[in-house]
Structures are given as C-alpha cells and as structure tokens.
Write a protein that binds this ligand. Structure first.
Ligand code: ADP
Length: 381
C-alpha cells in the first residue's frame, strides 16, 4: 500500500551554501530535494510540482521574503496545506516569530540550525506526509469499491424488478390455460364413462402446483426488489399503531392458530410506516407459521439503548438450528421441504433489507424445539 516514491522536500534560501548545508544535514535516500534560490523561484517550482511533504523557507531574502512567499503559497487551494518551517538568523526580533505563525507556518528555527533537531523535525513531517498519503489511497480505494458496490447492487435490483415484473404476465397466461385444460379434461374424459387418466391427473397437479409456486417466488422477488422504493423515513411513527395494523392483517391466521400476540408500550421511531408493517408482519407471521403443536405465544418488546432501539419478537415455536441462524436471512433460503410449510423463503430477506436500509441489524437467537427470538435494531437518529 505504501508509495515507494521519494518524499519531496523544498528548500528555499538565497544563499547557496545554506541550501547545500541543509541538503547535507538532511541527506536521506527517501528524500528528493528541490532547491529554490528565491521566493519567486520557489513559487515557479510549486507551479510544476505540488506534492511536497514540507518546505524549509529562509525568511530573509531579497525581493520576496519568506513571509511574503508563504502568504502567496497559502492563497493556493492545492498548496496551502504544505507544512512550512521558517529558518532565520534574526533572533533579535521576537515579533518575527509571531509574524511567521500568522501566515501559517508550522514551525520556526533559528540559524545556524542544530542538525539533529532539523533532521528530527523534518522526519516528523515526512512521516506525517507518508501516513496521510497512505490514508488517502485507502480512502480512495474504499470510495471506489463502495461506488462499484452501490452500482452493481442497483443494477441487480433493477434486473430483479424487470425480470420478475415481466415474468408475471406470461406466467399468468400459463396458469390460466392450465386451469382451463384441467377443467376440460375433467369435463370431457377420453372415453365416455371413464375417469380422467390417473397419471394425467397427477401430471396436471404437478404442473399447476409448480405454476403456483413460481407465481409465489416471482411475486416475492418483485416485493424484495421494491423495498427501496418506499423506504424513506416519514418522521416519527408510532410502533404500537404498526403492531395494531399487523394484528388486524393477520386476524384470521391468529384466530385459526389460537395465537396470542402480546406487546407492551412501544416507542416512536423514525422510519417508513409501510415498511415497518411489512417487517413486523413477516416476523410475526413466521412465528405463527413455525409453531409447535401448542398455541403460539408471541411477545414483542423494545428496549431503549444508547444509540438505538432494540426490538425483540419472541415465540414458542419449533426453533431454528443455530447453524442456520444467519443463512435464513438469505434470499430463497428455507429449512423445510416445500410441502411442509408454505413460503418462498423471501420474508426474512426482506426484513434484513429493510432493517439494513435504516442502518440497523437483525439476528436470531433460538433453542430448537423451544422457540426463537428475532432481534433487530433501529438507530434513534
Ligand atoms: P418463508 O417463511 O417463506 O419460508 P422466510 O425468509 O420468512 O421464508 O424464512 C426462512 C426460513 O427461516 C423459514 O423457511 C424457516 O425455516 C425459518 N424460520 C423463519 N422464522 C422462523 C421462526 N419464527 N421459527 C422457526 N423457523 C423460522
């Protein structure tokens, strides 16, 4: 990651012997020295090469002195961050020091300089420059990668949307015609008085089931790809209202399964109402679906943490093998054969997407055979 290029140091002094002695003191294979015999020459050099780790600037120079040169350097956006050390023989005018700091110097040394001190100071700035460069490179790489990821993610989502949306139409036709063919076959058996061929009936059932399943998968995928559409927080929304709506939506399933849904007081959060209904509804309907042979009892609560709200949805269902605790949040991931529980394996992937869009986290803790608790966080801000 480190740049092996030598570190540029600019020496500015009108006295040739001083330029040379600085170079000798600082001699180091990692440094590349650029020398200027006047303020003007320094500015000219800086027009060509901007990448300096440090400038050592003599104060007393004819025409443009060190301070004036520095003031001009500080006016340039690209150059104003370069650290400058002033070197002066003038130790009898304390005002000079103050003047130096005002134009943006970072340090000040009185000539003749002590070689060890000069070396140490320059080494500190060289190191600082190297570290800043490395950080900048890492930051650039990270930004590039993030951009790439965002773009490819957007493309994937667009693809999923277009594919699932466009597949719905032909699939609808296939399913309708299969249903029609099935009816006809039942109405008009091959031979008068005979039942419809048993194999044919079986094949028909497979095709119809596969069609329905495909429809379910496609509509799930469409739903997944559309999460980002209405994700913007709408200001504070009341989670108790969200839960009331979910309970209303799941009314029949709750009745049929004799489920109990309990929740104490829940906070107001900054999120999108519809997405929160979707999130809670997916989790609660799973808790009902994956029940044991006892009535489901589902507890929803929320704890206020320092920076976020921690929600939990606890059930007394079949539980999840911890080995699959993370896998279940992946798209289409299911732990049971198709016939055993209905579902497309998209619900939790949608939950994860919603929570992550709000910069939260979602996970599950479970004891197989006893029950599961799904947790998710939503940041307060
Ligand atoms: P689906 O419910 O459509 O199968 P999900 O993405 O909602 O898809 O869930 C993925 C899988 O995680 C489920 O198939 C099931 O195996 C498991 N699962 C989810 N919720 C629970 C739960 N509350 N209890 C036990 N298993 C669960």
């Amino acid at each position: 990651m480190s740049t092996e290029k030598a570190i540029n140091i600019l020496l500015v002094d009108d006295r040739k012997e001083d330029l040379l002695s600085m170079q000798v003191i600082l001699a180091n294979s990692n440094y590349a020295f650029h020398k200027a015999a006047s303020g003007r020459e320094a500015l000219r050099l800086l027009l060509k090469e901007r990448d300096f780790a440090i400038i050592l600037m003599d104060v007393e120079m004819p025409q443009l002195n060190g301070y004036e040169t520095t003031a001009l350097i500080r006016e340039s956006e690209q150059l104003k961050h370069i650290p400058i050390i002033f070197l002066t023989a003038n130790n009898d005018k304390p005002n000079h020091i103050f003047e130096g700091y005002q134009v943006g110097a970072v340090d000040y040394m009185i000539k003749p300089v002590l070689p060890e001190i000069l070396r140490a100071k320059v080494a500190v700035f060289a190191e600082l420059y190297k570290k800043t460069k490395e950080l900048q490179i890492q930051k650039d790489e990270l930004e590039l990668r993030t951009e790439e990821l965002i773009r490819s993610n957007r493309e994937l989502e667009k693809f999923a949307y277009v594919a699932s949306h466009d597949m719905q139409e032909p699939l609808r036709t296939i399913i309708s015609y299969i249903e029609l063919i099935e009816k006809k076959l039942i109405q008009v058996p091959a031979n008068e008085g005979e039942e419809m061929d048993e194999d044919l009936q079986k094949y028909m059932n497979f095709v119809v089931d596969a069609g329905y399943r495909m429809r379910e998968l496609i509509s799930g995928l469409l739903e997944y790809s559309q999460v980002d559409r209405d994700i913007k927080p709408q200001g504070p929304i009341n989670c108790e209202n969200v839960l009331n709506e979910v309970v209303e939506n799941l009314k029949y399933s709750i009745e049929d399964n004799k489920a109990t849904i309990q929740y104490d007081s829940l906070p107001q959060i900054n999120a999108n109402y519809m997405r929160m209904v979707q999130l809670f509804q997916n989790l609660i309907s799973n808790s009902i679906k994956f029940k044991r042979d006892i009535p489901p009892i589902i507890n929803i609560s929320c704890r206020k943490k320092e920076n976020n709200y921690l929600f939990s949805i606890e059930d007394n269902g079949i539980g999840i093998n911890p080995e699959y605790g993370e896998k279940i949040f992946e798209l289409f991931k299911r732990l049971h054969p198709v016939g055993e529980y209905i579902g497309a394996g998209i619900g939790l992937a949608i939950c994860k997407k919603i929570v992550e869009r709000y910069n939260g986290k979602i996970w599950v803790e479970s004891t197989p055979g006893k029950g599961s608790t799904f947790y998710f966080t939503i940041p307060k801000e």
